[in-house]
Design a protein around this ligand. Sequence first.
Ligand SMILES: Nc1ncnc2c1ncn2[C@@H]1O[C@H](COP(=O)(O)OP(=O)(O)O)[C@@H](O)[C@H]1O
Ligand SMILES: [Mg+2]
Length: 257
Amino acid sequence: MSGLGFTVAVSGKGGVGKTMLSTLMIRYFAKKGSTLAIDADPDSNLPWALGVPVVKDVGHTREMIAQAPARSAVAGDKASAFENALHEVVQEADDFDIVVMGRSEGAGCYCAINHILRDVIDARAANYDYTFIDTEAGLEHLSRRTTRDVDLMVVVTEPTLNGILTAKRVHDLAKEIDIGFGRIMVLANKVTDETRPMAEKLAREYGLKIDFFVPFDPAVGLQDAMGKPMYQLAEDSPASKAVTEFCEIIQSTVLTA
Ligand SMILES: Nc1ncnc2c1ncn2[C@@H]1O[C@H](COP(=O)(O)OP(=O)(O)O)[C@@H](O)[C@H]1O
Ligand SMILES: [Mg+2]
């Protein structure tokens, strides 16, 4: 089995709407081809948003890998033990597969998580047409190697001064460390008629181009309030429609580039 291997990472500060956007993008692309969802946010809630009950996380995988040589038939055969462990954490849902990275133990342990994320991407992403990574916060935690194979980084922001400044910083950082994304797109979420002109003005002032706007949509909050998976958000709600449009743009521009 070999897919397109098109990999999208969704990044931004906590609460900007990464999980909502990842979920609706996964819903769109899962209809187009084989799709892998990776939850790389330590405050993981992607499985819930996708309506997938319980998933094993990579913390568990890591333990399995640590114990693997002892259990492996071939002593020291870490690579195949890793493959096996990985196979176990990829959970199949109806429309897509999902991997949850879990929490890193202790502070400053992102390197370990990133190492595993990198291996997951290397080992698995090429097998799928589309891979979506719901990442935590900034780019600081993503190593060059981790993101080597990311074709599109979607930087999500809210239409606030702080949000625009953060998006600009992430955008510049990505350029600076030459992280090797195929493309970076800035998406402003929760935008209203009142905030949109201001966000556009601020972005211009700080030299940031906002590629797409997703409106503030009460139906999104309602979905959360009712405890329903975002995956089931009405397709005709404003946020759903906007994300569909965004996905169509990705398909017609980034994917065919
Ligand atoms: N377009 C939107 N309109 C209204 N509320 C939104 C929108 N996008 C996200 N939200 C709300 O913002 C909060 C954070 O969204 P979430 O996707 O969990 O963000 P993140 O994953 O970046 O932390 C949630 O309560 C969600 O309901
Ligand atoms: Mg989230």
